[in-house]
Design a protein around this ligand. Structure first.
Ligand code: ASP
Length: 325
């Protein structure tokens, strides 16, 4: 028997409509979620562990860190062959990437969820859980790091992002593409992630702001973040990594004051590069801003929270430049 641990956290996959409030709410207990599986999962012993029961929009960085620790605790049991985590789709990619950066095992860890609540007749939850469990039970999924399995595909935590608000084929990995497919009992791995490193901080740094630029954004918010306790600031900038002249000036002052600024792009594909002057990437490079390659803003924030956690003991720029790709 292969043993897989199913850690549940809530999300749409564990949600039904509350008749009193009308709101769809995470409320289905782990054992009841397990009972929704119609697939017999022959040869796999599935044990459940309820971590929490909330919508993933209610997660924060310390809770995602605690979840990553719970995953590592489960994997440390020699009888556990792999872990599946059910999680809301809204921030699943963030928790998955946090767990990937903190992963202390080469056993498979697979996140999944649903776009349609558990009380809808065509909910995608039970199929996604069954596929994720098969993947977590498979020796071919070892050393892939943390993956997200959804709608028969699985993706690297670093690359995957939620791309559609309601469709079931929401998770995509941009130009990097999926890692592989789960087709019933057949698992096909098409590529293995290369941009992975793991860390062991004792907690994560929660005070990191992500600021998205739009045409004519003022320098007010970035200065506010720096003056109000941010330990790092992620800029989701224009195109290949450009800001306004006022923001580039503020960035130079903030970096000089010892607060790192990390540059990402608001484009869904491609990396940031120092090309333009007059507030562009060339000026941001001169200001000492760290370029995060093609990591998106939310992933760069997760990475910074881990790298700045006590005990991580690494150089922020070196790690970001490597993992940014
Ligand atoms: N739409 C979300 C979900 O799929 C809600 C959440 O993230 O919890 O689970």
């Amino acid at each position: 028997m292969t043993r897989v641990c199913l850690i549940t956290t809530g999300g749409t996959i564990a949600s039904r409509r509350n008749e009193t409030t009308g709101g769809v709410t995470a409320s289905i207990a782990a054992a009841d979620l397990r009972a929704t599986l119609r697939d017999p999962l022959d040869g796999i012993d599935l044990e459940v562990d309820e971590f929490c029961n909330v919508g993933s929009y209610a997660f924060d960085l310390p809770l995602a860190f605690a979840l990553a620790q719970r995953i590592n605790e489960r994997l440390a049991d020699p009888g556990c062959d792999g872990v599946v985590v059910t999680h809301g789709t809204d921030t699943m990619e963030e928790s998955a990437y946090m767990a990937d950066l903190l992963l202390a095992s080469d056993k498979p860890v697979v996140f999944t969820g649903a776009q349609r609540p558990a009380d809808q007749p065509d909910t995608d939850g039970p199929r996604n859980i069954a596929d994720a469990v098969r993947l977590a039970a498979s020796p071919t999924a070892r050393s892939l790091g943390v993956t997200i399995c959804f709608e028969q595909e699985f993706h690297a935590a670093r690359d995957v992002t939620k791309t559609h608000t309601t469709r079931v084929d929401t998770f995509m990995s941009g130009e990097h593409g999926k890692l592989g497919d789960v087709d019933g009992e057949h698992i096909a791995v098409q590529r293995r992630p290369t941009l992975r490193r793991t860390y062991a901080p004792t907690s994560v740094e929660p005070n990191i702001e992500l600021i998205k630029l739009s045409m004519g954004t003022s320098d007010g918010y970035i200065r506010y973040a720096a003056a109000n306790g941010s330990k790092a600031i992620i800029l989701e900038a224009f195109g290949a990594g450009n800001a306004t002249p006022a923001i580039a000036q503020a960035a130079a002052e903030i970096v000089a004051a010892g607060i790192p600024i990390i540059l990402t792009s608001r484009c869904p594909r491609g990396r940031v590069k120092p090309i333009y002057g007059n507030g562009g990437g060339k000026d941001l490079e001169a200001a000492g801003v760290i370029f995060a390659g093609d990591l998106n803003g939310v992933k760069a924030r997760i990475l910074a929270s881990v790298l700045l956690g006590p005990g991580a003991d690494v150089d922020l720029r070196t790690e970001l430049e490597f993992l940014g790709g």
